[in-house]
Design a binder for this molecule. Structure first.
Ligand code: ATP
Ligand code: MG
Length: 342
């Protein structure tokens, strides 16, 4: 009898471990690139592609110029923006949970890692973050926005301050195997000045067939190499009109990085000129091969959550060395909890 129980608990433990393995092996994709290259359009089309395939997804519009609600035809109440100071505090209070490693929400920084006792962001309609700060597009398909500058912030704040809560959400996300977080990022190379470059499995750089757009690729690629994430960077061409455009991108971008292109579609142009949203229907009129390529690439590159956590620890250690952090909060190295694992 004893042996039976012993074995049963062994089996239970194995089952538990197997279940645990599924946690946080979800995919995270960020769309980046030059202003106007098509980040928001590509994010929206990929979101619709995932919705069509019934993959649970949280789309986060992390650009200063908020375009995704409009592209999806969603009324997004401004009061739900993640970076609204009231919301940021409430979200951090929730995420802190009962953790003893985060002394108070005033000690919650952009690099603060999860520790024992914290609460998580999960793709569940009952999750407080989903309930209070997201809007459902379909069941299991949600949208959140980071938010833009408020008038009173102009001149005394920078967008990086707004992005910190977005970084927190990514660090405290605990999703399941087939779930996705995708994000439309701010134009340019800002992602490298915070933890964001380390938060995604795949960085999709949207590039138009122009010299300026290719120059952004060159700059981005160098930074990605420097930050040791160049293996996660792929380029998707956009607004491609003919073979010449495609050849131009192929000549300027290495083969293993250029994964395909999105043509310039008259249907998208007309829809948007009329101020109409993009819907799942548009996927019937366009070639979706590139979106299945992005999906496969992200699945192949998805990181073990605990490896990602180690990277966050490194970024946290570097960040808390800064004088202004030390002056405001003292030593924050105890926020790293060696007993915590996803
Ligand atoms: N494949 C496409 N076919 C037709 N029109 C497109 C395509 N991709 C983008 N556009 C159009 O190009 C313009 C810029 O696209 P979009 O807003 O997606 O770029 P963005 O990189 O998000 O810009 P911003 O930096 O301003 O946020 C929009 O008018 C959009 O409708
Ligand atoms: Mg945009």
């Amino acid at each position: 009898m004893m042996l039976f129980y012993k074995n049963r608990s062994l089996v239970n433990n194995m089952l538990l471990n197997a279940n645990e393995l599924h946690y946080n092996t979800f995919m995270r994709v960020a769309f980046v690139g030059k202003g106007g290259s098509g980040k928001s359009t590509a994010t929206t089309l990929f979101f619709l592609y995932l919705v069509k395939h019934k993959s649970p997804v949280l789309c986060i519009d992390a650009d200063l110029n908020i375009h995704i609600p409009n592209l999806l035809g969603i009324e997004f109440p401004k009061e739900r923006a993640l970076s609204d100071p009231k919301n940021t505090r409430a979200i951090r209070k929730y995420l802190k949970g009962t953790s003893k490693h985060i002394r108070s929400i005033d000690h919650f920084y952009k690099t603060t890692p999860p520790s024992k006792g914290v609460a998580f962001v999960m793709l569940d309609e009952k999750n407080p973050i989903i309930q209070q700060y997201c809007v459902a597009y379909r069941p299991s398909a949600y949208l959140a926005i980071v938010g833009t500058y408020e008038e009173e912030e102009i001149g005394r704040s920078c967008y990086h301050t707004n992005l910190a809560i977005f970084e927190n959400l990514l660090s405290f996300a605990r999703l399941n195997e087939n779930e996705w977080i995708i994000s439309d990022m701010v134009a340019g190379i800002d992602a490298f000045s915070n933890t964001l470059h380390a938060q995604f499995d795949l960085l999709v750089l949207v590039v138009e067939p122009t010299k300026e757009s290719v120059d952004v690729f060159t700059q981005y690629y160098r930074l990605a190499q420097h930050a040791d994430v160049s293996n996660r960077l792929v380029v998707v061409g956009n607004k491609i009109e003919d073979e010449h455009d495609e050849a131009f991108l192929k000549t300027n971008i290495p083969d293993d990085i250029f994964i395909g292109g999105i043509p310039k579609y008259r249907s998208i142009k007309i829809q948007r000129q009329q101020g109409l949203p993009l819907t799942e229907k548009i996927l019937n009129d366009i070639d979706i091969t590139i979106f299945s390529t992005i999906e496969k690439k992200a699945r192949a590159l998805r990181q073990d959550p605990n490896d990602r956590l180690k990277r966050l620890y490194d970024l946290h250690r570097a960040y808390i060395q800064q004088d202004y952090v030390k002056l405001a909060s003292g030593d924050l190295s105890h926020q790293i909890d060696p007993t915590f694992h996803f």
